[in-house]
Design a protein around this ligand. Sequence first.
Ligand SMILES: [Zn+2]
Length: 230
Amino acid sequence: MDILPQHVPEILRIKPSVTGVTDSYMWLASKSGVFSAKSGYYAATAAEAYAIVEHQRTFKAIWNRKTSPNLQLFLWKLVQGALALGENMAKRGLMANVECRYCGELETAEHIFLHCSHTRHIWSNTIWSSNFNPANYDSFSAALLASVSGIMLPPWGLAGDIFPWIVWGIWTARNLYIFENRDSTPVEILTKAIRNAREWHQAQASIIPQMWLDLHLTAGRPTAPGDGVF
Ligand SMILES: [Zn+2]
């Protein structure tokens, strides 16, 4: 575990045989369990096609959503493995401080943003329209995709996309804790995320009327917008 901490979750998922059968290699892409060139070719092309589709879906789930461009960039870096998380540091050979500062487990994107007990408290304080609970997803990308259709309900309810703001709040709270030793409670993180989201959405709402005024307020007289402008 000290040598390959980034593979600990996968290793722990391996279940030994209950009947005591000896371990052996199986090729899962064929019914017989034996590898053949044909089954290898189909497995490789299917995996490649699947990866391309998943990449496109994740791309859209970030860049097509109505949220701050800074948050879109943050989410993109997150799914690309470009954040300074413990797991990503370990992959680059930097083995110091790869654990979650809240609980000591390996700090993966899934752990810090979905599964850490500290994070679960945040998600358990939110209620979504579609039974969406980020803590139930195995991968961050899967939670991100599902979040596109998730609307948060009262008492925190907000007309708009809140998931990226909470993820950003978790990240900034984690950084404050590590670098300034300032701890934030789950409710504080949630409250701040919702306030930031609300301010951003209100700012967008005020930008459009101002743009309309700039475009149509000619010679001191406003001009009515044409059909379909709004
Ligand atoms: Zn943790």
